[in-house]
Design a protein around this ligand. Structure first.
Ligand code: SF4
Length: 319
C-alpha cells in the first residue's frame, strides 16, 4: 500500500485526564493516494479534526497518539524528529480551517502573511510576484491591491481564498481542508469547493476533506470515510456511500442534507447527540440514537464487515 501518499493504520489519539484517558480517536485506518480527494465525514465531536491534526503531530497536550501508524510519502511520521516535522508541515501537508478570520493574523497585511510561508519554505523565490500569482490562482480580484489589505478589509470568501493561497504557497502534496466552507454563505461555499476541485486538477495535490455535511462530498471526493465516536463506521467509494449507504448513521447524515428537488420534504435530523468520548455507551456506540438498534447492539460492539471489496461497515444489522 506504499503507492498511497498517506497511510493511516489503527490510529488512536487519547487525552490524559485525572482518571481514564479519553479516547477521541480509536483505531482509525484510511489512506489517500497521490492526487486523490478523500472525505472524513461526521458530526462535530466525532474525532475528524483530531485525526487531521494527528497527521502532522499537531495534537496539543494533554492529547497524545496512543497507538497506530501514520506513513506519509513512505516515511514514518511518528518517528520524525522536530526538524523533519517542521519541513513536512506546510511544505508537504498544508491545512485550511473553518474560520479564516481566526486563522489569519489580524495585524499583518495578507500579502505579508503569504510571503512569510514562501520565505520559510522556498528560499530565493521572487516573493512579491509569487504572492500575486498565488492570489490570482485562487481567484482573488485585483491581487496587486488586495495583498496590502488587512484581513478585516476582506469578506469571508476572500479571506478563505487567502488561506488557500497561503496553503498552496509551498506547493504541498496534500491539503487538509477542515470544514473549509462551514463559516461561509451557500454561494461562496460552492465557489470555494469549485476552486479546490480546480486547484487539485491543476496542481495534482491530494485533498483530505473534513466535513459534517455528507452532501458536500458529492462531485468532490472519490472515497468517503464516515466517522462516529472516534471510529470509522462506514467507508467506501463516494457513489456507494451516497447511493447504497449501509450504516444507519450514514443514512441519518444523508437524511439531514437539504434538497432542492422533491417538493416539500422535511429535513430529518439524527435524534440525540454525539456521545462524550469519556463515557461511550456499551456495545455499538450509536445504539442510543439508532432507529434499528436491537438488544445485541447494546451488548456487542460490531466489527467491520466487508460488503464489497471497497465498501465496509460496522453494524450488526446493515442488511
Ligand atoms: Fe444501529 Fe445496531 Fe447497527 Fe449500531 S449495530 S448502527 S445500534 S443497528
Amino acid at each position: 500500500m506504499e503507492d498511497n501518499l498517506l497511510n493511516v493504520d489503527q490510529l488512536s489519539v487519547f487525552f490524559r485526564t485525572r482518571t481514564e484517558p479519553v479516547r477521541a480517536v480509536n483505531g482509525v485506518s484510511f489512506s489517500v493516494a497521490p492526487g486523490e480527494t478523500v472525505a472524513l465525514v461526521g458530526e462535530s465531536g466525532c474525532g475528524k479534526s483530531v485525526t487531521a491534526l494527528a497527521l502532522t503531530r499537531l495534537v496539543a497536550k494533554p492529547g497524545y497518539v496512543a497507538g497506530g501508524n501514520i506513513r506519509f510519502a513512505g516515511r514514518d511520521v511518528l518517528a520524525m524528529d522536530p526538524a523533519q516535522l517542521r519541513q513536512m508541515r506546510g511544505a508537504e501537508i498544508a491545512y485550511i480551517f473553518q474560520e479564516p478570520a481566526t486563522s489569519l493574523n489580524p495585524v499583518f497585511r495578507v500579502g505579508w502573511q503569504i510571503a512569510e510561508a514562501l520565505k520559510l519554505h522556498r528560499a530565493g523565490i521572487a516573493v512579491r510576484a509569487e504572492v500575486i500569482s498565488l492570489l490570482n490562482r485562487v481567484g482573488l480580484p485585483d491581487p496587486e491591491r488586495r495583498l496590502n489589505a488587512y484581513p478585516h478589509e476582506l469578506s469571508g470568501g476572500m479571506q478563505q481564498r487567502v488561506m488557500i493561497a497561503m496553503a498552496l504557497a509551498c506547493r504541498p502534496r496534500m491539503l487538509v481542508a477542515d470544514e473549509p466552507t462551514t463559516a461561509l454563505d451557500v454561494t461562496i461555499q460552492a465557489q470555494i469547493l469549485d476552486l479546490l476541485v480546480r486547484l487539485q486538477e491543476e496542481l495534482g495535490m491530494a485533498i483530505l476533506l473534513i466535513t459534517h455535511n455528507l452532501g458536500l462530498v458529492a462531485g468532490v471526493a472519490r472515497r468517503v470515510n464516515v466517522m462516529y465516536a472516534g471510529r470509522i463506521v462506514e467507508r467506501g467509494p463516494v457513489e456507494q456511500i451516497l447511493g447504497q449507504s449501509a450504516h444507519p448513521y450514514t443514512r441519518g447524515l444523508m437524511a439531514a442534507v437539504p434538497r432542492l428537488s422533491g417538493g416539500k420534504t422535511r429535513m430529518i435530523g439524527i435524534p440525540g447527540a454525539v456521545p462524550n468520548p469519556a463515557r461511550l455507551p456499551t456495545g455499538c456506540p450509536f445504539h442510543p440514537r439508532c432507529p434499528k438498534a436491537q438488544a445485541l447492539c447494546r451488548q456487542e460492539d460490531p466489527i467491520e464487515t466487508i460488503i464489497t471489496e471497497d465498501h465496509r461497515v460496522r453494524c450488526h444489522f446493515w442488511k
